[in-house]
Design a binder for this molecule. Structure first.
Ligand code: BG6
Length: 489
């Protein structure tokens, strides 16, 4: 039988995400021989460009990161020869029909599958979906659409978006991307938990005291203030990336590893989360700061951000899951921009050993003896477990040491970018790492009332200096639940 063709159309091809992530990920997949044999890549955007100019534009960002192999240049040329460009408006039937004609020319005689990646601002999502699916969908094979967040900014707008999409596409055709789900250590979470006897039975309120999900960036909203000010850190990071990690972390054991089974469990745990309240939330915003001869801008220094903006660039909050497994366990989330360091971690603090014989060795402060499992999502991917150990020598002195699985020491192969993993899944029709519409509903129901309250009451964010550890309020919040934040390593 004749092998099918696949076209991948990047809608919004001249945008940042396309240049930095999507094209490089497609090239990496090609390099690894993971793309189907007969593929074509199309860039679609408003700017006028020739095929050659598109190739020129993307060649600058393709890298041969994998082993820096010698034939990389050849591979790159082969890849670029299969990239084409179609200039068009996102709400033009005619322009999408043009694209359709061009795609057809490359599909002659074969079953044709088409994947569209929408990397465009939310106000034009619906038009692009409409015309891509009505004017440029495949006549013989499948048509799938990858969409990037924001999937609305609250329950209502998100529901509306979902309804509009469903006029044109089935749930099967939609791939809502949350790139954190494509990160190696996030995907590994299930393996760690469900295939290790030393962890699986401990995964509940009986042994876990609290869980911390921490996201930190050491730069501000540079250049993205216009977008960011309409969303804020809670929508930008927590409602999606951190909440998705939490759902995977806390869900019940799925029946199988099938996408539907996993997502059924994620929805259940999301719906078991207690409504968020203001007394369990603190918000912050970075202010300008001078260190030595260098000065760092305040969030509101961004010309696209209003001077009196109350948009949080930092937030910390406590989530409770009202089910049998997690009753009473605080899940703390913390996310911020313009902090002292960059990283993302999941930290699991275990309970104290009852009747600990070595209590006095910790100066009676059993918190110093807490076992802690740290999953470092980035950078320096790794997993480590803090255990108590006797310091070798005469006498009895204890310390806490790490059992350490540092990926770069253990595995020689480089970790693929999240977008590679996710694009490959979409090409293969695997939904496991994409958000189903009912998950989205549950995620927004958790956050919408809180966001509304913050906005209606005009809660002023606590200011923190650019490059600092964030507002002290975060520590009070943790202390209220008897918790100390683990330090981002
Ligand atoms: C995006 C947010 O979803 O994730 C950005 O919109 C953020 O604000 C980015 O910087 C972080 O992703 P990563 O993969 O660099 O940690």
């Amino acid at each position: 039988s004749v092998e099918p063709t696949i076209s991948i159309t990047v809608v919004g091809a001249s945008g940042d995400l396309a240049k930095k992530k999507i094209f490089p990920a497609l090239f990496a997949l090609f390099y690894e021989d993971c793309l189907p044999k007969h593929f074509t890549i199309y860039g679609y955007a408003r700017s006028k460009m020739t095929d050659e100019e598109l190739r020129e534009m993307i060649s600058g960002t393709l890298t041969c990161r994998i082993d820096k192999r010698e034939n990389c240049g050849d591979k790159m040329d082969q890849f670029l020869q299969r990239c084409f460009y179609n200039s068009g408006l996102y709400n033009s039937e005619e322009n999408f029909s043009e694209l359709d004609r061009k795609l057809k020319e490359k599909e002659v005689g074969r079953l044709a599958n088409r994947l569209f990646y929408l990397s465009i601002p939310p106000n034009i999502f619906v038009d692009a979906v409409k015309y891509a699916s009505s004017r440029a969908s495949s006549a013989s094979g499948w048509t799938r659409v990858i969409v990037e967040k924001p999937f609305g900014r609250d329950s209502d707008s998100s529901g509306e978006l979902t309804r509009s999409f469903k006029q044109y596409l089935t749930e099967e055709q939609i791939f809502r991307i949350d790139h954190y789900l494509g990160k190696e250590l996030v995907e590994n979470l299930s393996v760690l938990r469900f295939s290790n006897l030393v962890f699986e039975p401990l995964w509940s309120r009986n042994y876990i005291r609290n869980v911390q999900l921490i996201f930190s960036e050491d730069f501000g909203t540079e250049g993205r203030g216009g977008y960011f000010d309409n969303y804020g850190i809670i929508r930008d990071i927590m409602q999606n990336h951190l909440l998705q990690i939490l759902a995977l972390f806390a869900m019940e054991t799925p029946v199988t590893l099938d996408a539907e089974d996993i997502r059924n469990e994620k929805v259940k745990v999301l719906r078991s989360m207690r409504q968020l309240t203001l007394d369990n939330v603190i918000v912050g915003q970075y202010k300008g700061h001078t260190r030595g001869s260098k000065s760092y801008p305040a969030y509101t220094d961004d010309p696209t951000v209003p001077n009196n903006s109350l948009t949080p660039t930092f937030a910390a909050l406590a989530i409770f899951i009202d089910n049998a497994r997690w009753d009473g366990v605080p899940f703390l989330m913390k996310a911020g921009k313009a902090l002292h360091t960059k990283g993302a971690e999941i930290r699991v603090q275990f309970r104290h050993v009852p009747g600990n014989l070595y209590k006095q060795n910790f100066g009676a402060d059993l918190d110093k003896a807490t076992n802690e499992l740290v999953i470092r999502v980035q950078p320096d991917e790794g997993i480590y477990l803090k255990i108590n150990n006797k310091v070798p020598g005469l006498g009895m002195r204890l310390d806490r040491s790490d059992l350490n699985l540092l990926y770069k020491a253990r595995y020689t192969k480089e970790i693929p970018d999240a977008y590679e993993t996710l694009l490959l899944d979409a090409i293969e029709g695997e939904h496991r790492l994409f958000i189903r519409s009912d998950e989205l509903v549950a995620a927004w129901s958790l956050f919408t009332p809180l966001l509304k309250e913050l906005e209606e009451k005009k809660i002023a964010p606590e200011l923190y200096p650019y490059g600092s550890r964030g507002p002290v309020g975060a520590h009070y919040l943790a202390a209220k639940h008897n918790i100390r934040w683990g330090d981002l390593s």
